[in-house]
Each structure stands twice: as C-alpha cells, then as structure tokens.
Design a protein around this ligand. Structure first.
Ligand code: GLU
Length: 302
C-alpha cells in the first residue's frame, strides 16, 4: 500500500499548476499550491501515507460532516424537519433554490444546510466551537488540533453570501439563533487545521459502523452511519458528486482547502490533500489520486 500511494502521488504530480487555489477567502489564497499528501487508515488501525500527509490544512467544508454527526447525536431525526437529504444540483453557496424552496435547504453539505445544522447545534451546546474542537480531537486521537483564527476571521470578514443565506432562512422561520453568532461558529469549524492523517483517523467511524476506536465511542448507530455515508455519496462533492461517484465510487466529502475524504465501508478511510482546485471547487490532483487508488484496488461500492 505504501508503495502504491507513493506511485500514485508521482503520477498525479504533473496536475499541479493546472488548478487554482481558492481565491474567495483571502487567507486561503495565500496557501502554497504545490503540496500533495495522502493517508489511508484501516479499521484495524493500520496507517499508510505518502507525501505531505502530516501537514495541517484548512478542512473547510469537510467540517460539515462533523457538524452533521454532532446534530444527529444530539438532536436525532428531528433535524430533518429543518432540511432535506437530496442533492441540490446548484453551487454550494447558491441563494436561488433557497428562495424557491422557502428557506429549507436541500442537504447538510451545501452552505445553507450546514448553517441550519450549526443553528441546531448552537441551541444544544453551551460552547459549540469548543465542542466541535474536542469532538475532532477525540475522533482523530490528536489533542493538538486547533482552528486557525486568521482563516476564521478572514471568512467572517467576507461573509456576505453566507450571511445572506442565514438571514433568508431566518425570514422563513428556519433559523432560531443570532445569525452572526452562528456564522462565527460555522467559520470556526471550517477553519479547523487538520492533516490527512488526522482526517483519515477522524472519519474512521464512518467505515466502522459508527464506532470510533481511538475514543472508544459509538459516535453514530450503524444505521445512522449508512445514512451519513449515503448523503456524502450523493451530495459530498459540491456539484460534482455524480462525477466523483463515476470516477471514484465512494462516499466522500471535499473542502475548498483542497482536502477530500473518502470512506470504504467496512475497510478504510482515505484523505488526500492538494490545494489547487478544479472548476467545481474540488482538489484537482486529489480527485485523480482517489480515482487511481479506487480503480487499482477495486474499491468502488458500485
Ligand atoms: N467556509 C467556506 C464557505 O463557507 C466553506 C466552503 C467549502 O469548503 O465549501 O464558503
């Protein structure tokens, strides 16, 4: 596995230079573009990695999976009264559909849906930012994980679209807490800095019927785990979930920091990172690396 990962990184390396680092969050636009890392973590605890697998990066939308799991843990099925689990077919930060559909977001992985989830968690946790930080520390077994305050502040300063979505949902009665407070929590989750190794470990419960080995905690039930994986498979890669299913064939979640996490149910989790994105906002080299890995090992769930 180790040799295979090294070889795949060599194969995808020429793609670096052909994508663009996320520009709309100034603190992210400054990230060095020529970085590439991958980690594969087995439910038996085996870890394989290559490249810059220990370099922390901004997890961005990958945090939406953690927020959703916290909401399911603490608020259960009730959350689906506030949002759906259908693909949106729209950009992750689109306002159009939200207006048509009366402030009820299609799924928890577009920004509007993630903001509703953060609103739900805001009502449940005394300190949502700390609860999230501690949650990812437990899941990854890494007590050093922190949110990058510069990135979080940069996002807050450029919050116009996310704020517009939250206020629109508030106008439809689908937002219960102070918008600015929830935005702060949301950006702090997005700004968590984690490495490929951290993320592969933190996602492992999703490959293991909801059980996290590091913390010894049953994070979700086996059924809830299947449900989260199904939403990742249909909505986890922005407006490119179909292409990801076709090329990689695994539940996955990406972020504009260039990370992509994928789950091989019952076996492994994989995290790949390369900051340059394709037109859909997914890591260009990361997508290719996952495609090669899944194809060579025969991991597609389809
Ligand atoms: N913090 C980013 C935003 O809200 C997340 C984007 C992403 O990774 O999709 O725009």
């Amino acid at each position: 596995m180790h040799d295979l990962l090294k070889q795949i990184l060599e194969e995808v390396h020429p793609l670096i230079g052909q994508g663009t680092v996320a520009q709309y969050i100034p603190a992210l636009a400054r990230v060095a573009p020529d970085q590439l890392g991958i980690a594969v973590y087995g439910i038996d605890g085996q870890l394989f990695s290559a490249g810059e697998a220990n370099m922390p990066f901004s997890i961005q939308s990958i945090s939406k999976v953690f927020s959703l799991c916290q909401a399911i843990q603490h608020s259960g099925e009730d959350i689906w009264q506030r949002l759906g689990h259908e693909p949106s077919g729209q950009a992750f930060n689109s306002l159009v559909q939200l207006e048509f559909e009366k402030g009820r977001p299609r799924n928890p992985f577009i920004n509007a849906g993630a903001l509703v989830i953060c609103d739900i968690n805001e009502s449940r946790f005394a300190a949502p930012t700390l609860s999230m930080r501690d949650f990812v520390r437990r899941l990854s077994g890494n007590p050093q994980i922190v949110a990058d305050r510069v990135v979080a502040e940069s996002e807050y300063q450029h919050r116009a679209r996310n704020a517009a979505m939250a206020y629109l949902m508030q106008s439809f009665g689908n937002f219960h807490n102070d918008v600015e407070t929830v935005l702060r929590s949301y950006f702090s989750h997005c700004a968590l800095s984690m490495s490929c190794v951290d993320l592969a470990k933190a996602f492992c419960f999703l490959a293991n019927d909801g059980f996290c080995k590091h913390s010894g905690e049953q994070v979700l039930s086996a059924r809830q785990t299947q449900q989260v994986n199904s939403i990742m498979a249909t909505s986890g890669l922005y407006d490119e979930a179909g292409n990801f299913a076709y090329r990689v064939g695994l539940p996955g979640k990406s972020g504009v920091g260039g990370g992509i996490v994928a789950v091989v149910p019952g076996q492994y989790t994989i995290c790949v990172w390369s900051p340059e994105l394709n037109a859909a906002g997914n890591s260009l080299a990361g997508m290719k690396a996952l495609e090669l890995l899944s194809e060579r090992i025969g991991w597609s769930v389809f």
